[in-house]
Design a protein around this ligand. Structure first.
Ligand code: T46
Length: 133
């Protein structure tokens, strides 16, 4: 079963500052159809609480940090996104919850599909039915 994974991307820099590049099919393994970012998250908020049917995503904390709880019914993990060079690839079957957002966190999300509310599995029991073994 597919499970999320972390990718470390190269930091390009010179005496002017830093620059990091993400390219579809090179840095990340899918076509990027949608981009959104999560920021200004209130203290103590936990968000996400879903998996998807089709959508694959790449999460990058381009400023500040946050943590992500992952569960694909076989494995669970907690990962920290605290650098613009760390990319978390989320597979559709990864139930995910984002938490511990720093006040300056800007969580950039690159998505393989356009927004479709029908692609979300927000009920945990339904998630287990769809992806459980
Ligand atoms: C995910 C995690 C990492 C739209 O209208 N279009 C969009 O493209 C998105 C992403 C959201 N929305 C609406 C749907 C809700 O009314 O924006 C509102 C907040 O979305 P949601 O509650 O789904 O946000 P999160 O943080 O729980 O989840 C988001 C993504 O929706 C989701 O795909 O994997 O970030």
């Amino acid at each position: 079963m597919d499970f999320s994974r972390m990718i470390d991307i190269r930091e390009l820099g010179d005496d002017r500052g830093l620059l990091t590049v993400i390219e579809e099919f090179k840095t990340i393994p899918f076509e990027i159809k949608r981009v959104f970012y999560i920021y200004g998250t209130s203290p103590g908020v936990r968000r996400g609480f879903h998996a998807h049917y089709k959508t694959r995503q790449a999460l990058i904390s381009v400023s500040g940090s946050c943590k992500v709880h992952l569960n694909n019914t076989v494995r669970t993990a907690e990962v920290e996104l605290d650098s613009p060079t760390k990319v978390l690839i989320l597979e559709p079957n990864d139930w995910h919850e984002m938490y511990d957002f720093s006040p300056d966190c800007v969580l950039l999300v690159l998505s393989s599909h356009l927004y479709d509310a029908e692609d979300y599995i927000r009920d945990y029991n339904q998630f287990l039915e769809v992806y459980g073994t």
